[in-house]
Ligand binder design. Structure first.
Ligand SMILES: [Zn+2]
Length: 447
């Protein structure tokens, strides 16, 4: 098993992930994706989209605005309940999320329960706590031409929030999708996009950041069929995680979330936990949300959320199964699953054994020697050819061939193609395999 420090270090060294605003010393809870990170992230998102939306007849995609009418968050319950328990140390003024510095409590912990645990301040070591206060995690902003010193009412009316989840952008488009496409039940609406949460203490690398990308589906079903649809979705996600993301099934564990720990809207939730190098953490959630959201929207908007059954003509509000996954969590799962240290001869090497469909580059092309013009010219020819065919092909003529292999191993390139003097004679190249390090001769036209 890899160590989280090793994965973080590789991410920075090879241009996958950098600290946000790095040049200014960083900005807590933000991360920037470098040239290779962008490719990997996009591939993960594209695979998901292809698997759950494009290849299915029952799925519809949307891309809703990040800024939404504030009524959205009143209806969804976020204005009232999207809050973490904030506790302040009266000695050193440090602030913490109470349920993260003590064991055996959840977000709804009371001041009394917390004080009974006699937790010491992680910063100063003293035990002198203020009361637990609810801290709403939505980022607020002002929309329109409003100045900070405008009279209270004007400023208040202009408040909007950066969406804390993509799900509500789906629910608020349910009516539009039904009216324009009239799909048969069950059907799903899918969305990928940014969501924002003002975490009290962002940590664990990209696992708990303030700005993240989500991939969510709201799957609308007849109320009495929720269980069978829940089971289907449950199985399909394991298939996706294993076959498309290459995640080792033994690292994924289902956690049936107890009623008292479930979100207020859910009647059943399974968390898919993943064994990250720094501990087991939630990778994704599968929740049965009943008709909670659509009913709330109907109440707040005054619009009907009824669906008319195509066969029986009866009208009802569909129920919802929601699989929700964070891109960054999946990104880190893919990287830490792939991260391997092994021995090649007497040398230790680091290799990302990533599935080929996710590797940032499919091939690396290089001339055996950089200073032989005829080799370089031939290698450029092969490079251009492969780029036209596969697009994700990289070029490397730095250092010696051994160093190039190590570098490509570290970024997960499955095949290295080397052009040598024999190539000039017989149009064959050396193809070296990332995982086995075996080398074979292949004709250029067979690549
Ligand atoms: Zn303290």
């Amino acid at each position: 098993m890899s160590k989280i420090e090793d994965v973080v270090s590789l991410c920075k060294r090879r241009g996958f992930v950098f600290p946000g605003s790095d040049v200014y010393g960083g900005f807590a809870g933000t991360w920037d994706y470098g040239p290779l990170g962008v490719i990997l992230k996009k591939k993960i998102m594209d695979e998901w989209w292809e698997f759950f939306v494009e290849s299915r007849e029952d799925m519809y995609g949307v891309d809703a605005a990040i800024l939404m009418n504030p009524k959205t968050w009143v209806a969804s319950g976020h204005t009232a309940t999207f809050a973490d328990p904030l506790v302040e140390c009266k000695e050193c003024k440090s602030r913490f999320r109470a349920d993260k510095i003590a064991d055996g409590i959840n977000e709804s912990v009371s001041t009394e329960e917390f004080l009974d645990l006699h937790v010491k301040c992680p910063v100063c070591g003293k035990e002198n706590w203020g009361p637990i206060r609810k801290f709403n995690m939505m980022f607020s902003t002002h929309v329109g031409a409003v100045l900070p010193d405008d009279a209270g009412d004007l400023a208040e009316k202009s408040i909007a929030y950066l969406r804390p989840e993509t799900a509500q952008g789906i629910f608020t488009n349910y009516r539009n999708v039904v009216d324009t496409f009239y799909p048969s039940l069950p059907f799903g609406i899918a969305q990928q996009g940014k969501a924002f949460r003002n975490e009290i203490s962002p940590r664990d690398f990209i696992l708990r950041d303030r700005e993240c990308s989500q991939m969510e589906i709201e799957y609308f079903v007849k109320p009495d069929t929720w269980e069978e649809n829940f089971e289907k979705m449950r199985g399909i996600f394991h298939e996706f995680l294993n076959e498309k993301m290459g995640l080792d099934a033994s690292l994924i564990h289902e956690l049936e979330v107890a009623p008292e720990d479930r979100a207020h809207y859910s009647k059943r939730t399974i968390d898919y936990m993943f064994d990250y190098p720094n501990g087991t953490e939630e990778l994704m959630g599968l929740a049965y949300r009943t008709d909670f959201d659509l009913n709330n929207i109907a109440r707040e908007s005054g619009k009907s959320m009824d669906y008319r059954d195509k066969v029986t003509g009866e009208t009802f509000v569909p129920h919802v199964i929601e699989p929700s996954i964070g891109v960054e969590r999946l990104f880190l799962a893919v990287l830490s699953n792939a991260y391997t240290e092994d021995m090649v001869g007497d040398d230790k090497r680091i290799v990302l054994k990533m599935p080929e469909n996710l590797a940032p580059y499919k091939f690396c092309v290089s001339p055996l020697l950089k200073n032989k013009i005829e080799l370089v010219e031939k290698a450029r020819e092969v490079y251009v050819l492969l780029r036209e065919k596969y697009s994700n092909v990289t070029w490397d003529d730095s250092g010696n061939i051994g160093k190039r292999y190590r570098k490509q191993d570290e970024i997960g390139t499955p095949k290295c193609v080397v052009i040598d003097f024999d190539t000039l004679e017989d149009n064959s190249v050396t193809v070296r395999d990332r995982d086995t390090t075996e080398q074979i001769r292949v004709k250029i036209e067979e690549l």
